[in-house]
Design a protein around this ligand. Structure first.
Ligand code: ACM
Length: 527
């Protein structure tokens, strides 16, 4: 692996060198104190598994078409149309999508026998005759298209430099989480985030739909959850909720970008909004007041009451019915008001219910202290000060076959402040500058605790919203740190901050062009 990585590094370096000779924007400027601009193949983020710049490239111009044949695969056609949309705005070109593989242009080639790795891998080849994207699946073609976007200028027509990329992800699960419970965000706002993430090959959106402060998803069999429990948020604002159609529409929109949605109903704690909506969900039969503060750990479903399990069954059943992805997330964190034995008994039944609805459980890693069901995935959110016993429980679960999603709070929690100047955000896990979010290895992160690399399903960057209420603040906290998540999830590594930070800087104009409100963090060498 080490040798391979070094080889890849050399290829990238050579690619940069070759492109430098061919590309006017890549001139080194010795003496002005700034690092030379990176050549296009060396700018890609996430970095591809291998890239080689060679020879003249393909000029995308007024006559360029996007070819999605042969065979007329409907999904490939859709991927082609989406790519055309994404390329039209910056290039100002018409870029019609046509059937048929022959001829020049941008060709999307679905080939079940292609020599690419896995379901998301792809190859990209560019020469004066055109650009060919090859993959075994439409998802691979989509990712190839996102790479192609980064090989073209931020604005105006341009030339895809000659060369070849062979690429595939390091981890199957590359996620971002958004908490729409503490503050309500609309489905349209979340679509924008999906677009921002999918271009960097993030393939999962975890939606934290419910918490003490608000219930954000309509459930037909328990209508007051959304209608009443949705009417609050942190700080006393009006809150809100998504109808089932809005949720389905978001899920479909994400799916077209090869982003799976993982919905979370957090339980048995973090349930005050439900307990305010229905008195029967409380052991004492009395409805709670709605809550707009930011304390945690005070609410618990009534573990001994059969009605609690009817509630979970109906809620998770409706959610499973409108979620095509394989996972349902049932929270399980910070259940400080649920005694340990009750917690374990409750999680046993909640996991069975998820299974009965045909889904796989995801839960925060506290489930490791109870009895994770076969196949359950644990999401680790500890940090440098997390105790050995807690890590040992996670390691035991990992060794017993439970896949782990890593979301270390002091690395990937996007609600942690960058530094002293950050206005939104919290700091209980410390500051998380851009470098800290990136400069670690998910494969070995919990190795000292005994977690084998093979247990790591992937990485996820959660964005909790106790202090985040606007699109601008969401983007400011996510960008550019979420690029680190994308890079760690996709690229083979190893982490090299100085090289990576230059690629982040190279994304600056692209983030600007997309009107993304990002932090021009001082540790990144922005031009
Ligand atoms: C969490 O941050 N309570 C998962």
């Amino acid at each position: 692996m080490r040798v391979l990585r070094r080889t890849l590094g050399t290829l990238l370096f050579l690619g940069a060198a070759v492109s430098c000779a061919a590309s006017p924007d890549a001139d080194a400027r010795p003496g002005d104190g700034r690092p030379a601009a990176l050549a296009p193949y060396a700018q890609l983020l996430p970095a591809p598994a291998s890239a080689r710049a060679e020879g003249p490239g393909y000029a995308v111009g007024a006559g360029t078409v996007i070819r999605t044949g042969p065979g007329g695969d409907e999904e490939v056609r859709r991927v082609g149309e989406l790519l055309a949309d994404q390329l039209r705005a910056p290039s100002g070109l018409p870029l019609p999508v046509v059937d048929g593989a022959g001829g020049d242009g941008i060709r999307l080639r679905l080939d079940a026998g292609a020599e690419v790795t896995g379901v998301e891998g792809y190859r990209l080849e560019a020469d004066p005759g055109g650009v060919t994207l090859t993959a075994r699946t439409p998802a691979g073609l989509f990712h190839a298209g996102q790479t192609l976007r980064q090989l073209l200028p931020v604005a105006g027509p341009g030339t895809v430099p000659g060369g070849e990329i062979t690429d595939a992800p390091r981890f199957a699960y590359r996620g971002a989480m958004l908490d729409i419970a503490r503050h309500h965000f609309t489905a349209e706002q979340v679509k924008r985030y999906v677009d921002q993430l999918a271009q960097y090959k993030v393939n999962t959106l975890h939606l934290h739909l419910t918490d003490d402060q608000g219930w954000r998803i309509a459930i037909d069999s328990w209508p007051r959850l959304a209608e009443y429990g949705g009417g609050s948020e942190v700080g006393g604002g009006p809150g809100g909720y998504w109808t089932k159609d809005e949720y389905r529409d978001l899920v479909a929109y994400a799916g077209e970008r090869y982003v799976d949605v993982v919905p979370e109903i957090d339980m048995p704690g973090h349930v005050n909004a439900a307990q305010a909506s229905y008195a029967e969900l409380n052991c004492d039969g009395k409805a709670r007041e709605r809550y707009t503060g930011i304390k945690v750990g005070f609410s618990s479903l009534c573990v001994g009451k059969e009605r609690t399990y009817e509630f979970i069954d109906e809620v998770l059943g409706e959610l499973a019915d409108m979620t095509p992805g394989r996972y349902l997330h049932i929270g399980g964190d910070e259940a400080h008001s649920t005694p340990a034995a009750d917690y374990a008994a409750f999680m046993d039944r909640a996991q069975q219910i998820v299974g009965r609805h045909g889904k796989t459980v995801v839960a925060w890693h506290q489930l490791a202290t109870a009895r994770p069901a076969p196949g359950a995935v644990l999401q680790y959110w500890g940090h440098d000060r997390t105790g050995a016993a807690e890590k040992a429980a996670v390691a035991a679960a990992a060794k017993a076959g439970h896949p782990l999603i890593l979301s270390p709070a002091d690395r990937l929690y996007l609600d942690m402040k960058y530094d002293l100047t950050t206005k939104p955000g919290l700091a209980w896990a410390g500051f998380v500058p851009v470098r800290r979010a990136y400069d670690w290895n998910p494969g070995t992160y919990l190795a000292a605790a005994g977690v084998p690399q093979s247990a790591v399903l992937g990485v996820e960057a959660p964005l909790w919203t106790e202090t985040i209420a606007t699109r601008a603040d969401l983007e400011f906290m996510a960008f550019p740190r979420v690029l680190g998540l994308a890079e760690l999830g996709w690229s083979q590594g190893p982490a090299d901050w100085s090289e990576y930070s230059r690629r982040v800087a190279a994304q600056g104009p692209r983030l600007d062009a997309q009107d993304i409100t990002y932090y021009r963090a001082p540790d990144v060498p922005w031009s």
